[in-house]
Design a protein around this ligand. Sequence first.
Ligand SMILES: [Zn+2]
Length: 352
Amino acid sequence: MTKNKLIERLNKGPVICAEGFLFEIERRGYMSAGEFVPMVSLEHPEALENLHRDFQHAGSDIVQAFTYNGHREKMRVIGKEDLLEPLNREALKIAKKVATSSTGKEPNLMAGNISNSNIWNNKDKSANPEVEKMFQEMVGWAVDEGADILIGETFYYAEEAYLALKVMKETGLPSVITIAPMAENIMRDGVSIIDTCKELEQLGGDVVGMNCFRGPSTMMPYLKEIRKALKCHVAALPISFRTTKEHPTFFNLPDNNGCQCHTPHKTPFPTALDPMQCNRYEIKKFAKEALELGINYLGVCCGANPMLIREVAEAVGLTVPASKYKENMANHFMYGSNKRIPQHSKDYQDKA
Ligand SMILES: [Zn+2]
């Protein structure tokens, strides 16, 4: 029974899930920022496979098929609707290939993925039936291609999240559902963050929580409340940027270091967030704190890279393949403690 695989593992301890492929693939040069369509599964399948392998090596237990934004609406925006099904199937096949080749104690789980449709509207509901069809077709392909679990993520309308969960549940696969409220700190249809999560648990979500848009500091306060309010497993996948109370999401985060481009713009999103990147120690602190609260489904969304995923895994007591290459300052040419480091190098530490 597939259902037990995820829940049983979560009952035993932390399960790591890398997300944030959009930013990382863009950074690696295979996607346009802003447009953000995962054509990479068709155009550079080897780059997508490498991305998954890097995250697997860093400790991700779940290989999430990269179909975020690979939905009918986005494909219409870029005029490539005919490539919708091939894109999805290829992304799922690549994820399955990587998941089944894992060499860890436990096999990786391959996850099908649906997300915010961009056309859901609580005021004019005329497009909402189309959203259900979009979810159904993607979930159908995921089942076809052998998904072990399904992940619905980055929902900022409560009702859209409920619908996504309903569609995922119809497959009988374990379902993870995470919401991403924007800076108003409430879902766009007026439901509170906590009430949305409570309802998602009632609707049968196996894992319910938050992902994306918020960094550790503006996600954590809500996670504490969610953990208290829910009995099911909780998910925590922040972005790796330093959001603040004034700017709870990355959308309006000011670029304190000053964007150097000469195009006037109000905000740097999404191409100048680099100076606000959390370091490994901040991500470690977040993961440790989340685990201590009783949150076992952990990861990083936008801004994630393999180093940060390894940090999450190690913060919660896991040793992963990439642990072999964690910091080893003892052999540093100037700051190291190794006997062979010359004294004249050590003496220079403060002046370097
Ligand atoms: Zn994200």
